[in-house]
Design a protein around this ligand. Sequence first.
Ligand code: PEP
Ligand code: MN
Length: 373
Amino acid sequence: MIILLKADVDPESSAINQLVTEAAKYPGVRAEKLVIQGATRRLVEVHLIGPTSTVPMEAFAGHAVVERVVRVSERYRTIGRHKGQAPSFAFEHNGIAFSQDSFHIFAGLCAVDSKESVEETMRALRDVGITTTRMGAYKPRTSPYDFQGHGASCLPYVFELAGKYGIKVISMEVMHEAHIQQVKTALAQAGQPTTVMLQVGTRNAQNFELLKAIGAERMPVLYKRGMGITLEESLNACEYIASCGNRDIVFCLRGMKTSFSEPHRNFVDFAHVPVVKRQTRLPVCVDPSHSVGRRDHTVDGLQDIHHVTAQGVIAGANMVLVDVHPYPEKALCDGPQALPLQDLEHFVADVEIVRRAYKERIGLAQAHAKAAS
Ligand code: PEP
Ligand code: MN
């Protein structure tokens, strides 16, 4: 059970402490106060954990500070929407706001291969007005003989260049608790010129110990859906992060592994954008690069990567994670799917058209609903 409190309620007020005490009187029930600080609003909730099915909602619903009482309907209790009753999360890091209404393009290197690549990429991002990127330092590779990423050694120049080019948030995959510490140390040594969004790769989607370690941090998280498990299983795994206290999560769709996806690398699953937005309180990202995996042009002059990006954005995606590279043919990881930097401006302009169309569709739907009521 979740007790949503009114907007102006002080989380330290005696009224809330009284609610927590009252809730804890039910046998086996534990009450936990949550304060979720967003860019424009602060949500305060009391979560009742344990055998709550016999706890009457009326016991709390009439309380002066209570907005609404929600009976938990999904196992992913914290990130769940619970039939639309719980509002979406909104959070901000280094001036970049995330919610189910925000929109950002995280374009960058799948793997950092050289300082020059990082600098050329960040300069191109600055030139098109993008302040969010992806930079892979630790790379999970199918073969142990493939390039595994430069690891901690590249972090000083990645962070220094981020500061130089005004990059506010960098999505970076971590595969081990030690990587988180290396990132934090390097950020501190560089003087915090940017923020890192801890990326959970699809291969670690159910690495519960890693998820718990990330849940204990106060950094934003990009959680990538497991490529071979159900959406429900991915959502439950993602809940591990939230259950440990970190709710600043963006849920990323990146395609599903199946031979039916051919000629694409993975089967594009962006029809799940509105599903995840309905089922969870999280902003949703799409990764067209790892879904499609190749830079094929189609007959209309656009690439499959443009088309699947558009499918995600027209469905309301809040973030696009896309691979770019100054010289894709020389990239040490995933070169065939990276857009060359000279195509970045076109990609961004194309995405902006689709985002505008999405907003127009929402306006139309709202007008239709108003007229029908
Ligand atoms: C990546 O984004 O670099 C990556 C490895 O993606 P995924 O975990 O989705 O395969
Ligand atoms: Mn990759």
